[in-house]
Design a protein around this ligand. Structure first.
Ligand code: SAM
Ligand code: SF4
Ligand code: SF4
Length: 335
C-alpha cells in the first residue's frame, strides 16, 4: 500500500547518508571555519551499520519506496561501501539504486561499485577550471582525479553519468558556458543547481543565487536548445535537449521554481535520524527503535505515521519569506 502525506504526496524515494565525513570542504556545504580540524564528527558506534541500513531500506521498500540514493558527506570515504550496495541491490521491489559522490575516490572504487550492482551515479563538480575547482572544494584533490572518475564510471556503463554543478553568483556563474561546452556531446548529463539555503553555516543570501533563467540564457547563448516535456513523478530537474545532438542537460530550480508539490522523498542521516524535508530542523530517531528491539512492523508504522503527518513545503514558503528556524546541515542528509 503506498504511503501518502497530507498533500497526497506518495513516499517514493529515500536518500541515505552513510557518513557525515568528507574529503572536501566545499565552501557552500562544509566550510572549513565550521568544519575544521577540531570538528567532532560522529563516532563510528553512532553510525547505522550496513545491516541496520539494509533492514530499514527493506521496510521503506515495503512502504512504496522505489528509488534509493546513497549520499553523505562523501559516501566513498565510508569503508566497504560496495558491500552495502550489494545488499541494497538485492532488495526485491527496489527499481533504482544510485549514488552521489564528489568523485575524488571514484576512479579507484567504480569497478567494485559496479560489480556490487550500482546502476547510476551522479558526480558533483562545480567547475572544470583547475584553480576554481581547488578553491571551491578546498582540498588537495585535483580536478583531473575527479574527471578520471567520471570517465571510469562511464566506461563501466554507469551511464548516463550525471554531473551536478551548483552555480553561485560571482564564484562560478561565468563558467556555466565552459562547463556546458565541456560536457556537450560527451554522453554525460549535466544538472545545474541553484544555490540553496541548506544548513546554517554556508552564509546563503538570495543575491548569491544564480537563477535557472540566467543559467538557461547562458547555455542557450552557446547552443541551440529545446525543452523536454516529461510528466514524471517526483521530478526535480527541468530538462533541456541540445538540438544539435549534443545530449541533454537539466536545471534544478529549488529556489526560484520550487517543486514541493511533487516531493516524494525522505532522508536518513548517518546516525539514523529520519527527515521529511531537506530543510527540516528535527529528525525522527530510527536508530533508537532499531537498537531498542522494535519489530519491522513497529518501525514501518512509525515511518508511515511520520509521512502521513508531513506538511513540508519549505521552498514554497521561502518564496513568501517563511523560515523554519535551525536547519540540519547538508553534510548530514545529502543533497
Ligand atoms: N559528497 C557528495 C557530493 O558532493 O556529491 C554527496 C553529498 S553532497 C551534500 C550532495 C550534493 O549537495 C552535491 O551535489 C552538492 O553540490 C550539493 N549541495 C551541497 N550544498 C548545497 C547548497 N547549499 N545548495 C545546493 N546544493 C548543495
Ligand atoms: Fe563534501 Fe559533497 Fe559537501 Fe562538498 S558537497 S563538502 S563534497 S559533502
Ligand atoms: Fe521537498 Fe522540503 Fe525540498 Fe519542498 S523544500 S521539495 S518539501 S525537501
Amino acid at each position: 500500500m503506498p504511503c501518502a502525506d497530507h498533500r497526497s504526496r506518495l513516499l517514493r524515494d529515500l536518500r541515505i547518508s552513510v557518513t557525515d565525513r568528507c574529503n572536501f570542504r566545499c565552501v557552500y556545504c562544509m566550510p572549513r571555519e565550521a568544519f575544521g580540524s577540531d570538528f567532532e564528527f560522529l563516532d563510528r558506534s553512532m553510525l547505522l551499520s550496513y545491516e541496520e541500513i539494509r533492514r530499514l531500506a527493506a521496510v521503506f521498500v515495503g512502504l512504496g519506496v522505489r528509488k534509493i540514493r546513497l549520499t553523505g558527506g562523501e559516501p566513498l570515504v565510508r569503508h566497504g561501501l560496495p558491500s552495502l550496495v550489494r545488499q541494497l541491490a538485492a532488495l526485491r521491489g527496489l527499481e533504482d539504486l544510485a549514488l552521489t559522490t564528489n568523485g575524488a575516490l571514484l576512479a579507484e572504487q567504480a569497478e567494485a561499485l559496479c560489480a556490487a550492482g550500482l546502476k547510476r551515479i551522479t558526480v558533483s563538480l562545480d567547475s572544470i577550471n583547475p584553480t576554481t575547482f581547488r578553491r571551491l572544494s578546498d582540498s588537495k584533490i585535483s580536478l583531473d582525479t575527479v574527471l578520471a572518475g567520471i570517465d571510469k564510471a562511464a566506461a563501466l556503463g554507469l551511464s548516463p553519468v550525471k554531473v551536478n554543478a551548483v552555480i553561485r553568483r560571482g564564484i562560478n556563474e561565468s563558467e556555466v558556458e565552459e562547463i556546458a561546452r565541456y560536457f556537450h556531446g560527451s554522453g554525460v548529463t549535466l544538472r545545474f543547481i541553484e544555490f540553496m539555503d541548506v544548513g546554517m553555516t554556508n552564509r546563503w543570501v538570495l543575491d548569491d543565487v544564480v537563477t535557472a533563467r540566467e543559467i538557461l540564457d547562458r547555455v542557450g547563448a552557446c547552443f541551440p536548445i529545446e525543452a523536454i516535456e516529461v510528466a514524471e513523478e517526483g521530478r526535480v530537474a527541468e530538462r533541456w535537449r541540445f538540438t544539435d545532438g549534443g545530449g541533454e542537460f537539466g536545471i534544478i530550480a529549488s529556489v526560484t521554481r520550487p517543486f514541493c508539490g511533487g516531493c516524494t522523498r525522505m532522508r536518513l542521516s548517518p546516525e539514523g535520524q529520519l527527515y521529511t524535508c531537506l530543510f527540516a530542523s528535527e529528525g525522527f530517531d530510527l536508530r533508537q527503535m532499531l537498537r531498542g528491539g522494535a519489530t519491522d512492523e513497529e518501525i514501518r508504522a512509525s515511518i508511515e505515521a511520520l509521512w502521513a503527518a508531513r506538511e513540508d513545503r519549505y521552498s514554497e514558503l521561502r518564496q513568501n519569506g517563511g523560515d523554519s528556524g535551525t536547519r540540519v546541515e547538508m553534510s548530514r542528509i545529502g543533497g
